[in-house]
Design a protein around this ligand. Structure first.
Ligand SMILES: Cc1cc2nc3c(=O)[nH]c(=O)nc-3n(C[C@H](O)[C@H](O)[C@H](O)COP(=O)(O)OP(=O)(O)OC[C@H]3O[C@@H](n4cnc5c(N)ncnc54)[C@H](O)[C@@H]3O)c2cc1C
Length: 586
């Protein structure tokens, strides 16, 4: 029996109500007055963007007497990304940053201010003046609630421009017809019904997939649905081996303590009370790029210099004073009091690196158009932006504050391009039975009555454990081989996944099992790509290949999923326009 399906026709569909999705939808609706709908599995303002604390980077030069420039910002981004970022994209990111931040200000975003009323800025890891000379204040912030404010601001814009919202709808498939996108299939979580959104253009802005790991700063909803759905339809995933471990997650919990704490003057200390970053990065110290600091912490822990012999070091903010902490880092103070029962004004915070950000994802061009191969063939009508996409402006390691910037710069660019495309395109026909595969998958999960099936949670726990153990800050061929075998085994076991709730209404069991399938796809691509890249660059550190190898590996990875579950690779050159690769010194 075919399931009940409701059909909708729209000019443009945006999947995801985070910063990237809402930026795109707002510009789409404003510029061409198109019928635009956002589908989001969460109520939009609950998206992970709302948790971003530290700030958004732009070279306003509001505070430092030497000022700032987009070229310094570009240099820092390229260097921070270990020269893998596409420099044409980074130039767009850093040039448009300034205009975008003022545009946000004009939309009403309540930035923190300098005493004379300009947008306040603070230091962040890897941000310098004069091409690496000294730290610069580049992060624009609204206390430690910058992402929350961005999300609210764009949500207001969407409401103003009559964007339609389908909240708590889970996209379960993308409808492709040859190389053209025709729409999206979604499950209405409340009713359990399927909805087919037939559209001229579709944007994926589904965020990250840190939930592959056990210790992560990412919300439980960050399960890589967008990359997985497209991967299953033949779109490659780019640079998946590069996953960022943020140096300062709360010990054992992974909850993020923003780099803003170090930006304001906090320092890392080992069990001897030593400010150890002075040894690893004599110039930038605690504000070296994240990959450098995360490796330094792991090295200290390995050398037995964790606090009380345990797996953490201290983030010491006791030198900042109560006023700075309460005014500029109120949420951080709240987190540490709530989750650890300690007051950061007087007691150091126990931290360990936490899986934080996907540099890799769905390959796109500078207008957010999804690319199908190394030649740059475009999937017509299909777009991606935000953390699920890979433009690539972050290369092998993202600088703090550059993700919020990526969302607004490339969210806007994608929205504007989609508006133009959808205004001129016809909607085309849907392929026959577009719902068939996804409906069969959901029905298989829901109706699996076999005794032998396993619960999603069991498989998920095993995946997260192996990813955190073997695909972390330091990696070896042996570890990655083991992880690959384990993920393949879990993918086989997943085919027989079982849930207890057989009903239709608000079946979160079903949703979680579906999301686990997406995470397993992302893990498969990540592990395979990491095993394949036999060098160390940015966040991808191979102990058996400790050097960066520009002769062989100054190139992007494209991973394709093949029918027998193998991953096949192709490569794409890096765009280098201004800065030739150099050794990174911090
Ligand atoms: C704790 C934390 C702090 C951070 N701090 C900073 C910072 O200070 N500065 C900075 O630059 N970056 C920061 N980052 C990174 C940055 O916040 C994220 O990379 C960024 O917000 C991602 O935005 P997004 O729009 O791509 O996705 P998200 O904001 O994650 O939104 C994803 C959206 O997709 C929807 N979705 C997902 N799957 C589906 C599906 N199958 N069907 C329908 N909808 C779906 C969700 O409902 C959600 O609306 C931080 C990240 C974390 C986790």
């Amino acid at each position: 029996m075919r399931p009940r399906i409701e059909l909708h026709e729209r000019d443009a569909i945006v999947v995801g109500g985070g910063g990237a999705g809402l930026a795109a939808a707002g510009y789409l609706a404003k510029h061409q007055n198109l019928q635009t709908a956002v589908i989001s599995k969460l109520y939009p303002t609950r998206s992970h963007t709302g948790t971003a604390q530290g700030g958004i980077g732009a070279s306003l030069g509001n505070i430092d007497p030497e000022g700032d420039s987009w070229e310094w910002h570009m240099f820092d981004t390229v260097k921070g990304g270990d020269y893998l970022a596409d420099q044409d994209g980074v130039e767009v990111l850093c040039r448009e940053a300034v205009e975008m931040v003022y545009e946000l200000e004009h939309m009403g975003l309540p930035f923190s201010r300098t005493p004379d009323g300009r947008i306040a800025q603070r230091r962040f890891g890897g941000h310098t003046r004069d091409f690496g000379e000294a730290p610069v204040r580049r992060s624009c912030y609204a206390a430690d609630r910058t992402g929350h404010m961005i999300l609210q601001t764009f949500y207001q814009q969407c409401i103003k421009h009559n964007v339609e919202f389908y909240d708590e709808y889970l996209a379960v498939d993308v409808i492709m017809d040859g190389g053209r996108c025709r729409g999206v299939l979604a499950l209405e979580i409340h009713s359990g019904d399927l909805h087919l959104f037939h559209a001229k253009a579709v944007l994926f802005a589904t965020g990250g997939f840190g939930r592959m790991f056990e210790i992560t700063s990412n919300a439980v909803t960050l399960t890589g649905d967008g990359p997985a759905l497209l991967w299953r339809r033949g779109v490659p995933l780019q640079d998946m081996e590069f996953f960022q471990f943020h140096p300062t997650g709360i010990y054992k919990l992974g909850i993020l303590i923003t780099e803003g704490v170090r930006g304001e003057g906090g320092v890392l200390r080992n069990n001897e009370g030593e400010r150890f970053m002075e040894r690893y990065a004599p110039n930038m110290k605690d504000l070296a790029s994240r990959d450098v600091v995360a490796r330094a912490i792991h090295s200290e822990l390995r050398a037995g210099r964790g606090i009380d012999g345990k797996g953490y070091v201290n983030l010491d903010a006791t030198n900042l004073g109560a006023e700075i902490i309460e005014k500029r880092l109120p949420d951080i103070a709240d987190f540490t009091r709530t989750y650890l029962g300690i007051d950061p004004v007087t007691v150091p915070i126990p931290v360990q690196p936490t899986a934080h950000y996907a540099m890799g994802g769905i390959p796109t061009d500078l207008h957010g158009r999804v690319l199908l191969d190394a030649k740059g063939s475009v999937a017509e009508g299909l777009y991606a932006a935000g953390e699920c996409a890979c433009v690539s402006v972050h290369g092998a390691n993202r600088l703090g504050t550059n993700s919020l910037l990526d969302l607004v710069v490339f969210g806007r660019r994608a929205g504007l391009h989609m508006a133009q495309y959808a205004a001129g395109a016809d909607i085309g026909d849907l392929p026959p039975e577009p719902e068939a595969e996804a409906a069969a998958l959901l029905s298989r999960i829901r109706n699996n009555n076999k005794g032998g099936g396993e619960r999603a949670a069991t498989i998920r726990d095993e995946m997260q454990a192996i990813m955190t153990k073997d695909v972390s800050v330091f990696r070896t061929a042996e570890q990655l081989g083991e992880a690959r075998a384990k993920i393949s085994e879990l993918r086989v076991r997943y085919k027989d996944v079982r849930i207890d709730d057989k009903g239709k209404i608000f079946n979160l069991d079903l949703m979680e099992a579906f999301e686990l399938g997406c995470l397993l796809d992302c893990a498969h691509a990540t592990v395979s790509s990491a095993e394949n890249r036999t060098e160390s660059r940015g966040a991808h550190y191979r102990e058996d290949y400790p050097d960066r190898d520009d002769n062989e590996w100054l190139k992007h990875t494209l991973a394709y999923l093949k029918a027998d579950d193998r991953v096949e690779f192709d490569y794409k050159p890096v765009s280098i326009t201004r800065f030739e690769p150099k050794e990174r010194v911090y």
